[in-house]
Design a protein around this ligand. Structure first.
Ligand code: AHR
Length: 503
């Protein structure tokens, strides 16, 4: 018997915030320099230094939000280094990412705030800035907010205008540090809570005064519940004198990376192990939500998974965290998105690490061209979920168990959403052998199939894209059998991802 998917249209979960399909681009390896910014290098078409082959690929994804400048880099970044005439900007050491260099790694600062926001404008995406808590200060962070968002007559607002940007950037999303339990200063949860109160107080006072953009602050959470508990507990230490300490944040972040075997060399067991481990993302969200429910039950603080994805052993500091990205990785991303959709009521954003060339990237580049990875194709196939209403979806399927892993691997993963009168179902058949006749049950009695597509029908799970073959990873049409009573059946090939749109 094949798998069954039951879509409960009368059990809506919540709107899938478009920002769940967000990205992350750090000054690390060839993500920014080389992948996005090439300056005067004319081997590829550019617009004022930004390479357009990368931009054109990303434009097709309707990227909703882009996090920048890090990552660990953010906690050693001083934003004033990256504004003003480029030839006058200082070169600084980059504390974190050696990028293969033997001597001290350097940051030229040619790509700074205004270049970043210009990239966001080209992509029609929301900027998300992470401020420096590690070796910065609350006033530096508040100044950055003023430089970006104020439209009055202050020195910083005027400086932005002198730098060629009259209109404020209206940046909504602000991360208060990054992994401050680790690279961002090795703070204890109590120390971070103290810093968080100071930063949030000074940044927060801008709300409604500095700009029309409501600023939303994102605190640094952890996959360890102990950190989250102690941080949230200590945050309230001011509550004897000031009300509502939890109103200082709109979101709390978690990061999760996973691996099993190598990037292209892995056996069947490691294939399933990676998929089992990708389910940790959902567990992290559930744990963080539970803790927030204890400390701030009335505050509607949502979860931002602002770094997630596969981090293979081949991606090292010395090679700028580059790895090959295979069909296996892409299939794992499809499952993570299904988990995000199931939690649409609590997950407000996610940012895959990272957009270009680094870790589970969506675009890879060389000096002459840019091409899409298999993970890009999943983002592309899934994009109709953005902004749609997530629907309760029950999957009846067999599962693969993996020794020593806390989760098994349901062989079919799926999610469904509804928007503008259309029902959009995505599913993956994760079995390595054999196609699966998957029955999708809905209550759309006279449903017709608008569109149906399949990814990776022709590829092995260890295949990855190159400049020469990237188009072979694009979606193909797939036949769907319509029973006419709200049930359709699709024969999903082994290790493939499928989408079906009904109306
Ligand atoms: O994405 C690479 C690094 O992973 C980020 O800089 C850091 O936040 C995380 O540990």
């Amino acid at each position: 018997m094949g798998a069954e998917i039951h879509v409960h249209r009368h059990d809506p979960i919540d709107q899938i915030n478009p920002t769940v399909y967000g990205h992350f681009a750090e000054h690390l390896g060839r993500c920014i320099y080389g992948g996005i910014w090439v300056g005067d290098d004319d081997r590829v078409p550019t617009e004022d230094g930004i390479r357009m082959d990368t931009v054109e690929l990303l434009q097709d994804l309707d990227m909703p939000v882009l996090r920048w400048p890090g990552g660990c880099f953010a906690d050693d970044y001083h934003w004033e280094d990256g504004v003003g005439p480029r030839e006058e900007r200082p070169t600084r050491r980059n504390m974190f990412w050696t990028q293969g260099r033997r001597d001290i790694p350097e940051e030229p600062n040619t790509f700074g705030t205004n270049e970043f926001v210009r990239l966001c404008d080209m992509l029609d995406t929301e900027p998300y800035l992470a401020v420096n808590v590690g070796n910065g200060s609350p006033s530096e962070a508040a100044d950055w907010a003023e430089y970006c968002n104020y439209d009055g007559d202050t020195e910083l607002a005027n400086r932005r205008a002198e730098h060629g940007v009259d209109e404020p950037h209206d940046v909504t999303y602000w991360g208060v540090g990054n992994e401050n339990w680790g690279c961002g200063g090795r703070l204890s949860p109590e120390e971070y809570a103290e810093q968080y109160r100071r930063y949030a107080t000074y940044m927060r006072s801008f709300n409604g005064m500095m700009s029309d953009a409501e600023m939303e602050l994102i605190s640094v959470g952890h996959i360890s519940e102990d950190w989250n508990r102690r941080f949230l507990d200590a945050l309230a230490e001011c509550s004897e004198w000031v009300e509502s300490p939890y109103e200082l944040m709109e979101h709390m972040s978690v990061h999760r990376y996973y691996e099993a075997g190598g990037d292209t060399e892995f056996d069947d067991e490691e294939y399933y192990r990676l998929l089992a481990r990708s389910r940790l993302v959902a567990q992290d969200i559930d744990n963080a939500v539970e803790t927030l429910g204890v400390y701030a039950p009335d505050n509607d603080i949502s979860i931002v998974v602002d770094e997630w994805g596969v981090w293979h052993p081949e991606a090292k500091n010395t090679n700028g965290l580059e790895q090959e990205n295979t069909v296996r990785d892409a299939i794992s991303a499809a499952g993570v998105f299904d988990d995000f959709h199931e939690r649409a009521d609590v997950v407000s954003m996610s940012n895959i690490a990272q957009t270009v060339n680094v870790l589970q990237c969506l675009v890879q580049t060389d000096e002459d061209s840019a091409w899409a990875t298999p993970t890009y194709q999943v983002f592309d196939l899934y994009k109709d979920h953005m902004g749609a209403t997530s629907l309760e979806t029950v999957v009846d399927t067999e599962a693969e168990t993996v020794e020593d892993e806390p989760f098994d691997v349901p062989l079919v993963s799926a999610s469904a959403s509804e928007q503008d009168g259309e029902l959009f179902v995505t599913l993956s058949n994760r079995a390595l052998d054999g196609s699966e006749a998957v029955e999708i049950n809905t209550d759309l009695d006279d449903a017709s199939v608008v569109e149906s597509a399949v990814l990776f029908d022709d590829q092995d799970v260890s295949e990855y894209s190159t400049d020469d073959n990237a188009d072979t990873f694009e979606a193909d049409d797939i036949e769907v059998e319509n029973h006419g009573d709200g049930t359709v059946v699709v024969d999903a090939p082994a290790s493939s991802v499928v989408s079906v749109t009904l109306e």
